[in-house]
Design a protein around this ligand. Structure first.
Ligand SMILES: *Cc1c(COP(=O)(O)O)cnc(C)c1O
Length: 438
């Protein structure tokens, strides 16, 4: 990296390892000085409108004073205490509050510090639920094509293998088949057959409800979730919804599963749980799942316990974030954003590089015909003053729910003008004839 005249950057960069990046060839990361509202201020003084709310976390924008006050007050009282043998008010009242929001049938909360780990815990719960009930052969978690559930070893095994995020680790674990989501009667029949072939081996179905996020923002109808509930019931297996991305309003309802009128047996939450401030995640199970662990046999206990489990600062931040969902019209704001995204992205539909436009809640997606060169595309967005990063073929907006209409308009205009100006050089996988060679 060339010298930047920012000492902390030049001195620290040789010692940092960045995520999902070939550091030799990737564009250099942008030094950030501060955040405010829906904007990121760079060290050189430039301000970018954040189109993706820091990986979908900062739903109230940045630096919300109510969350800051709550975390400060908790910091003065008790930042953290171990959760083994000890409990505290912020964690227990948050567990109760989350169960109240999720509604009956989701009754027990296990706190962790990251989304991936909350999915690991959900999978351990599902497998041990069956083992404790005398069916130790049910160890498989069936996840779906297009799904993403985390980067740890257990969750890598339930990600769609074709998205290629974890190719270096292929073969370390049994390759699990990822069937298609049951989008229609035929799909439901196929999945039914798939599950029948594995009778007695499947512990749970695992899905991101309504929107499969990290694999490219693929959306499905609520009916798909009803089909999954039906199949899970028919085969007597558990249904896990990974709401790490969709939870807390992103799809237009507080939780995505509300739109399907059915309930999962286990749900995972993280990203927007603390409004994008502190790392915290939760795995919430039904009382009937929990009952399988309630026993005189110590071997029936759930053996998991992250050091920072139930972190009091994180719980205080989550409470403050939930306060904001109560005191401010977040879901109405999401509905307004949805309308503006529909209108604003419609103009992208006919651009030559665009395959499809999709909108759900505060998620707007422009899927391109080819995988773009991320460096070139991100640079064009930066030049337009916005922070937007493509995911595979998809360019998407997941703004903070408090984003003012004029800022969202600037994001939409930037998206449209950049996509209208892209040249073939933006699509290295596309040959001169315009065919997809990737
Ligand atoms: C981000 C995400 C995860 C992983 O969460 P981390 O906190 O990054 O470990 C898992 N599932 C879904 C649906 C996600 O969006």
């Amino acid at each position: 990296m060339t010298a930047s005249s920012i000492p902390w950057l030049d001195q620290g960069y040789p010692h940092i390892w960045l995520p999902y990046a070939q550091m030799k060839t990737a564009a250099r990361p942008l030094p950030v000085r501060s955040t405010q509202g829906c904007c990121i201020e760079l060290a050189d003084g430039r301000t970018l409108i954040d189109g993706i709310a820091s990986w979908w976390t900062a739903c109230h924008g940045y630096n919300h004073p109510h969350i800051a006050d709550a975390v400060r007050a908790q910091l003065a009282r008790m930042p953290h205490v171990m959760f083994g043998g000890l409990v505290h008010e912020p964690a227990l009242s948050l567990a109760r509050r989350l169960c109240g929001l999720l509604g009956p049938g989701l009754d027990r909360v296990f706190f962790t510090e990251s989304g991936s780990v909350s999915v690991e815990v959900a999978m351990k719960m599902a497998m041990q639920y069956w083992a404790n009930r005398g069916e130790p052969g049910r160890r498989r978690v069936v996840a779906f094509r297009g799904g993403y559930h985390g980067d740890t070893f257990g969750t890598m095994a339930v990600c769609d293998p074709t998205i290629g995020m974890h190719a270096a680790f292929r073969g370390l674990q049994p390759e699990t088949e990822t069937p298609e989501l049951p989008r229609d009667d035929e799909g439901e029949a196929l999945l039914d057959q798939f599950l029948r072939r594995q009778e007695g081996q499947v512990a749970a179905l695992l899905v991101e409800p309504l929107v499969q996020g990290a694999a490219g923002m693929r959306m499905h109808a609520p009916e798909v979730l009803r089909r999954l509930r039906r199949l899970a019931d028919r085969h007597g297996i558990l249904l896990i919804f990974d709401e790490i991305f969709t939870g807390f309003g992103r799809t237009g309802t507080l939780f995505a599963f509300e739109q399907a009128g059915i309930r999962p047996d286990i749900v995972t939450l993280s990203k927007a749980l603390t409004g994008g401030t502190l790392p915290l995640a939760a795995t919430v199970a039904s009382e009937s799942v929990f009952e399988a662990f309630w026993s005189d046999d110590p071997g029936h206990a759930l053996m998991h316990g992250p050091t920072y489990m139930g972190n009091a600062l994180g719980c205080a931040a989550a409470h403050a974030s939930l306060d904001l969902f109560e005191s401010e019209p977040r879901l109405a704001q999401v509905a307004a954003i949805e309308g503006q995204l529909c209108e604003g992205l419609a103009a992208c539909r006919d651009l030559p590089c665009v395959h499809e436009v999709r909108v759900m809640g505060a998620i707007g997606v422009v899927e391109l015909k080819w995988v773009p060169d991320r460096t070139l595309l991100c640079q064009a967005f930066l030049d337009a003053g916005v922070w937007v990063r493509p995911l595979g073929k998809s360019v998407y907006l997941t703004p903070a729910f408090i984003m003012p209409a004029d800022q969202l308009q600037r994001l939409l205009q930037a998206l449209q003008s950049v996509l209208a100006r892209v040249t073939p050089a933006f699509f290295p996988g596309r040959d001169a004839g315009g065919k997809d060679v990737a």
